[in-house]
Design a protein. Sequence first.
Length: 461
Amino acid sequence: MASIKRRKYWANPVTGKEVRKGTPGAVVKEFPHYRIRILRPSGEIISAKGYRDLRATEQLAARLQLAADRGEEGMVNRFAKHDRRPLWGREVNGKVQPGHVDDYIADLAARKRDDKYIYNMARRLKRLAEECHWKRLRDITPASFSEWRRARSKELGGKRGGAGQTINQWYDSVNAFLNWCAMKEQGRIAANPLAGLEPLPESPTFVRRALGEEQLEGLYAGGARDGANRWRVYAFIATTGLRRQETEDLRWSDVVIDAPVEFLKLRDYATKARRADVFALRSEIAGMLRAMRPAKWKENDPVFPEGVPTVEQFLEDLRAGGVAVPDEESIEKVDVHALRTTLGSFLGKSGMPERTAMELLRVTDPKLLRKTYCDPRILQTAQAVQRVTLPVPVQIRTNDLDRDRPPLVRDAGPNFTVSGDNALPFQGVVRDCPRDNVEGDNSAGRTRTYNIPVNSGMLYH
């Protein structure tokens, strides 16, 4: 039989907050809602929240007791104990009781997620809870989030790229938290209440572009001026795809260049994905590393003690190498991380299998390879469209196909090769220009533009 009663507690007479039993000056109070305790046939006791009115609570208790006797568990709130917990921790009787978000952040840390990811997740969830007035899981509703999203869209409407991308990042954060709460292992909510919301349309705030063959040559030349060694960092990142922080954290113990096959063996805590990745090095890069390694080196010594060049240094080296860079108002962006995009773009251009390219770039989602780390202007779309077997109108004469077409002039670039049938990028430059107007490599007034045509050559003006 179900039992009904109001729970009593000790409270501060001034603030009304619950305090430890026996606290001097504390008074005994009752919660406004009744509590229902139901005994199942199995002997398990279920606790459920009732109403303020006794008669209404008795009717609810009768229905719940009947459902328990029949085994209709769906009528009993399985998430009652989680409904009572707040989203964020609070202090009760001198002890801090963690909330749902605290448990989620602790779980992210246990899974060794990136510190910056955890920080952004906690910051976004806390701000959302404050601005949407979420105190418990049941407060999170599509209506409250949609209202917040509309208000934020008006505030960020003037931002370049619009508000869609920024707000969608916040939506992804709360969506990930709610999906975690709805997991079978957690059982905190029945389902994600925001799962049905559509993300806002977004336009990119910037587009990171890859470098072409001659632009890379210009960057290497600019990084080597005045006896500088920045070109070594550029060549290393362009051929390995390591990120800035991963390159700065690289130690000589991670570099195996005295074996028949040279390779990198990264430490899991020194990579963005927290994986101990292992991948081969190009023979030219391995030789460069052997030449720059000190005679008396220690395993914990950094490979690049001067670090990765700053964005300002990177742009200066591009300009010094005769490469035009986008201005500040342009949506295009070029920085050190663009070398990683360059590697991904040339992997696609060389016809590298997608799975192999994913291993070389150390990504697990093919979308990142296709969208983020691939500049379509590097791909040889001009050659590809010529190979498409489509019927040609009979009105087009064969002689018209070759009329006024400038010949292709191929410049031999750095002769980079790898073992096997797959050739990596940086093997040459293809230009579309009239044969009579080809300038020498040392011609005056030539500027490498940032526009890369579809056949991956450079434009000259």
